[in-house]
Design a protein around this ligand. Structure first.
Ligand code: GLY
Length: 565
């Protein structure tokens, strides 16, 4: 799928400092680069770089801008992760994953017989985790920002207050929310309406006055503008009035955490990624370690052997993920060193039969549910500092709920916990302990913001939305760049597969795998399921031999864009 950017976005991109593009639609910059799911937001970030902001500043401004221009996943009502590697190779991460409210219980989504009430963990105000985004961006700024906080929030206030031209993709959402068949919550039906009640159309100006007022409080009061005062009061009273359980105490207690990055190597490259409560970093390092065992020179990209080996690698990493990973503040004994060690990968690799699919053991571990809608942004500044930021409200438009007075959407991230303790099946449910609901626990995530280093310095900044598929699409893009020598855009667009232990099947991009390969894989015992697209990757490559940054936004992102200067 190629970009369906609106004429507005094309105009905006032409007006910026894109230096040139080649046949893969890569964007080149000499001084800095921002790539995100929305070209307007990428422009906001690049403007901050031009004003002397560093990569952390630009990522904060871009994240706030996405909360206005990309509301299906950009947010102040959700949570996420920042992975940061500075120009000298020093790395850290910021964990701003949502938390379970104090009143949450392990059984909160079960009926009186102890079974999951289907859908309940993703619906209604009980599905909302205590938001972390504002606290995370604020902590990142306090520790590593350069420009004043207000300068980073102001562009998003302007976008909300003065309005943005509605893109074709968002206009289609607006239309669908208001179709007569739509069962969406009223909050979403009203989300794209003008004060006169008409739905905003493609190309019209879309103004969000109430969101602008919320953002002004965050601009003026920092973290406290969200977690204390008028915004917190309104969140708590809205929750109380409508069956939610988040209180003022939950909001006041919320803190983002700086955590040591999880690191590994693939041949001469360093891997810097997000540790738990993300499962992404551990799984990506485990999978790259397994792939390192194979001689990829004799396994061509997209061949039957390639797909088989990659799928078997994923199967093993996802089983380990389900067994071991959860919030590190509640799971003190997670074997992270072992899971990311070369010895463990060797053992995992040695039991792969290169001629036959193995079978996922239904009595052991199932899959974790993660929503498909999340968003990623990558930033590099003039000095070479790099930020990989992924954040989410879980499903597209999260819970679909929010206080009209505040103008932002609440996540439905409680759905990322294992909802039925002790119950695991071969379909969608897993009941393993590390990720059972507990008050103040962070739900396990698949978000995988990652930075690959070469000679100790940032080389590739990459991430994606896509629920559990995030881990696998990021893993394959890294492999495409560093093992299969693809340019960044080609690596992003190239055929991807997804296997997650359960269901025991390979999901693949159906137009990009040959029918012969499909037949071969079936004969080896694999079950296949075609899909149109996997991942929406946003990447920046920093070649070591020149002063250039190469950005690429996945063509499956209708409004996405790389903006460099
Ligand atoms: N909600 C998607 C994730 O955290 O992986």
């Amino acid at each position: 799928m190629k970009h369906i950017n609106t004429s507005f976005i094309i105009g905006l991109l032409l007006a910026t400092f894109i230096i040139s593009t080649d046949s893969f639609s890569q964007t080149y910059g000499q001084n800095g680069m921002v790539v995100s799911d929305n070209a307007v937001a990428s422009q906001v970030g690049t403007d901050i770089l031009k004003k002397g902001g560093n990569a952390i500043d630009a990522s904060i401004a871009t994240a706030f801008a996405l909360a206005v221009t990309h509301p299906q996943a950009g947010n102040i009502g959700g949570g996420g992760f920042i992975v940061y590697t500075d120009a000298t190779g020093k790395s850290t991460t910021i964990d701003f994953r949502e938390k379970a409210p104090l009143l949450a219980t392990a059984e909160m989504f079960l009926d009186s017989s102890g079974n999951l009430v289907k859908g309940s963990n993703h619906e209604g105000l009980k599905s909302v985790g205590v938001p972390g985004t504002v606290a995370g961006l604020y902590l990142a700024h306090q520790k590593y920002g350069a420009l004043p906080w207000k300068d980073l929030v102001q562009p998003s206030v302007d976008l909300a207050e003065k309005g943005v031209v509605l893109s074709y993709a968002l206009a289609e959402h607006a239309k669908n929310f208001n179709a007569s068949s739509s069962s969406k919550p009223q909050f979403l039906k009203d989300y794209y309406k003008k004060p006169n009640g008409e739905v905003v159309k493609f190309g019209e100006l879309w103004v969000q006055k109430n969101l602008a007022e919320t953002l002004k409080l965050i601009r003026d009061k920092g973290k406290d503008g969200f977690y204390k005062g008028a915004v917190a009061q309104e969140i708590a009273s809205f929750m109380k009035a409508n069956g939610g359980i988040i209180t003022l105490e939950d909001l006041a207690k919320y803190d983002a955490i700086e955590r040591e990055a999880i690191t590994g190597t693939y041949k001469d490259y360093g891997i810097v990624s997000m540790p738990p409560p993300s499962s992404g970093g551990v799984a990506i390092i485990e999978m790259l370690n397994i792939m390192e065992q194979a001689n990829l020179d004799s396994i061509p990209f997209n061949s039957t052997q390639y797909v088989h080996l990659v799928a078997e690698t994923m199967r093993r990493a996802f089983a380990d993920r389900a067994e071991h990973l959860g919030d590190p503040d509640f799971n003190l004994e997670m074997p992270l060193e072992r899971l990311t060690s070369k010895e463990f990968a060797k053992m995992r690799y040695e039991n792969i039969d290169m001629n036959r699919a193995s079978v996922s053991d239904s009595l052991k571990f199932g899959q974790l549910y993660d929503g498909p809608n999340t968003t990623h942004l990558s930033v590099v500044d003039k000095a070479g500092n790099a930020v990989s930021l992924t954040y989410t409200i879980e499903q597209s438009y999260g819970s679909g709920l929010g206080s009209p007075k505040l103008g932002f959407i609440f996540n439905n991230e409680m759905g990322d916990f294992n909802p039925q303790p002790g119950y695991t099946d071969t379909g969608w449910l897993i009941g393993t302990n590390p990720n059972i609901i507990q008050p103040e626990k962070r739900m396990l995530s698949s978000m995988s913001p990652t930075i690959i280093t070469k000679n100790g310095k940032p080389y590739l900044v990459i991430g994606s939305p896509g629920g559990r598929t995030i881990i696998n699409t990021v893993f394959q893009t890294i492999l495409n760049v560093i093992a299969y020598d693809m340019p960044i855009e080609k690596a992003i667009e190239a055929m991807k597969i997804h296997h997650q232990w359960f269901p025991d099947q390979i999901t693949f991009e159906k137009d990009l795998m040959s029918p012969d390969t499909q037949l071969n894989l079936i004969q080896m015992g694999h079950t296949l399921k075609g899909t149109n697209n996997l991942g929406r990757l946003m990447g920046i490559l920093i070649p070591t031999d020149g002063d250039v940054y190469i950005g690429a936004a996945d063509s499956s992102s209708p409004d996405g864009g790389a903006v460099g200067y």
